[in-house]
Ligand binder design. Structure first.
Ligand SMILES: Nc1ncnc2c1ncn2[C@@H]1O[C@H](COP(=O)(O)OP(=O)(O)O)[C@@H](O)[C@H]1O
Ligand SMILES: [Mg+2]
Length: 259
């Protein structure tokens, strides 16, 4: 088994007392693995991503990345990780290239111009280099955000709904590119999405969250078998609507996800 990149144990987050948003969450993510974090709106997916980035502190529990504790070792961790979201906007009055140059300097990229040109070309947005960031469409901005996230050759990539707002053609290209980069470079990837197509194509393993708690974990095929479901879309709807917790049969399995 390859090395553990992210280790989460007993993670809890409350923004207000008595209302946990993340509850007793444990999982690990290994080098070269793509892990899908699924769940309905408000399940706590973005909060988990923010906890992993050290943008918010846990109420209890432990987050270790590259064997280092988060948030205490946030700076060395973030030198080796990156983040993209369809909703994280870049400074709108700079051009795409100026924006990327700023980030390249922050990350200390050796040959920033070449690096940026290569990534823009990989993402098929070379033509956007001189456009002002604030004038991009949602799909263009999402791809620029991915460019930014790849500038420091991250070993860990946290993607919060990276294909939200993309048309099916571009979403497909982004998925393929992510999968290729992830496999070629052995990146550990955490991927939140509502798009079950994304998940089926990109993710080796999925975690299904509802109200901050882990309901299901495994490869897409394992999870479908365990819940006797035909496809992830049906399972998503079933798990999201189920009021009582349905605990599936788990021969020899455990729910903590850390084992
Ligand atoms: N900064 C915050 N302060 C208070 N509540 C928050 C904050 N961030 C998220 N929440 C709440 O936490 C819950 C989970 O939100 P979120 O992690 O964004 O879910 P998801 O990404 O799965 O849609 C929601 O009920 C949301 O209102
Ligand atoms: Mg979210």
């Amino acid at each position: 088994m390859s090395e553990v990149v992210v280790l989460v144990e007993g993670l809890e987050k409350e923004f207000s007392r008595g209302h946990p948003v993340v509850s007793g969450l444990s999982f690990s993510l290994r080098r070269g693995e793509a892990l899908g974090l699924l769940g309905p709106n408000g399940a706590g997916k973005t909060t988990v991503v923010h906890l992993l980035l050290g943008l918010t502190t846990p109420t209890a529990g432990k987050v270790e990345i590259f064997g280092l504790p988060m948030p205490r070792m946030r700076v060395p961790i973030l030198e080796r990780a990156n983040f993209a979201s369809a909703y994280a906007l870049l400074p709108s009055n700079l051009t795409v290239r100026q924006n990327l140059m700023v980030f390249a300097r922050i990350y200390g990229v050796a040959q920033p111009r070449e690096k940026i040109a290569g990534l823009l070309s990989d993402l098929e947005i070379g033509r956007l280099g001189d456009r002002v960031a604030g004038e991009l469409s949602a799909g263009e901005a999402a791809r620029v955000s991915l460019c930014k996230a790849l500038l420091n050759d991250p070993e860990l990539l946290l993607l919060d709904e990276p294909t939200a707002g993309l048309d099916p053609d571009i979403a497909d290209k982004v998925r393929r590119l992510l999968r290729r980069l992830q496999v070629e470079r052995g990146i550990a990837m955490l991927y939140t999405s509502h798009n079950m197509r994304d998940v089926e194509e990109v993710c080796d393993r999925v975690l299904f969250l509802r109200r901050g708690r882990l309901l299901a974990e495994g490869s897409p095929a394992e999870v479908l078998r365990r819940f006797r479901c035909e496809d992830l879309e049906t399972l998503f709807i079933q798990l999201a609507r189920e009021e009582e917790e349905i605990l599936p049969e788990e021969p020899g399995g455990n729910h903590s996800g850390s084992g």
